[in-house]
Ligand binder design. Structure first.
Ligand code: HEC
Length: 158
């Protein structure tokens, strides 16, 4: 699809996001991803992202993240909502920073920012594992610059 088409879609999606009653002035992103609608409300991922290497995380991180997810996230996010096709539609080929920053700054929705940085990065690692990204010996780190240089690549062992 030509980039102009992407721009038009992005503007349309952002417009839709602004009309949602849930959009609030303290939203650092000025956009909301609304999974229940089935459509991601972020602009489509940039084609430049495809050059980024897939994000890495360790098995130990994902195991810690699973504990966090089950105790802190799962009661609002039913099984399957953060994995499979709906997750792929929203997140595949985006820098992992996009996911980390949304989770870090807006979740858990009833108490944003209430977890430690380590818990946040661990829970993101678990979300990568849930979406069939392979574990590695290289941990995912809470380093914004590094997180912008690796992408979510759902189900990819590349
Ligand atoms: C109190 C309920 C609640 C809790 C707890 C909660 N969430 Fe959410 N989450 C939501 C709602 C509601 C949305 C949709 C936000 C919107 O539309 O503005 C959302 C959106 C999201 C999104 C972006 C949309 C998507 O699904 O791709 C992610 C990612 C996410 N949550 C992850 C988490 C993680 C990880 C945790 C645990 C640390 C968590 N949430 C805890 C209610 C919750």
């Amino acid at each position: 699809m030509p980039s102009l088409t992407y721009a038009v879609i992005a503007v349309a999606l952002l417009g839709a996001a602004c009309n949602r009653s849930r959009a609030t002035s303290d939203d650092p992103y000025k956009v909301h991803l609304i999974p229940t609608s089935g459509a991601p409300l972020l602009p489509p991922p940039s084609a430049a992202n495809s050059k980024l290497p897939p994000a890495t995380y360790t098995v130990a991180q994902a195991a810690r993240g699973k504990t966090v997810y089950e105790s802190t996230c799962a009661h609002c996010h039913p099984a399957g909502q953060q994995s499979g096709a709906s997750f792929a539609t929203a997140w595949d080929q985006r820098p992992v920073f996009d996911l980390y920053s949304i989770v870090r700054n807006t979740m858990p929705q009833d108490k944003p920012g209430s977890l430690s940085d380590r818990q946040y990065i661990d829970v993101v690692a678990y979300m990568l594992q849930m979406n069939a990204m392979p574990a590695s010996t290289v941990a995912l780190r809470t380093d914004s610059a590094a997180l912008k240089q690796m992408k979510i690549s759902v189900g990819a062992a590349q």
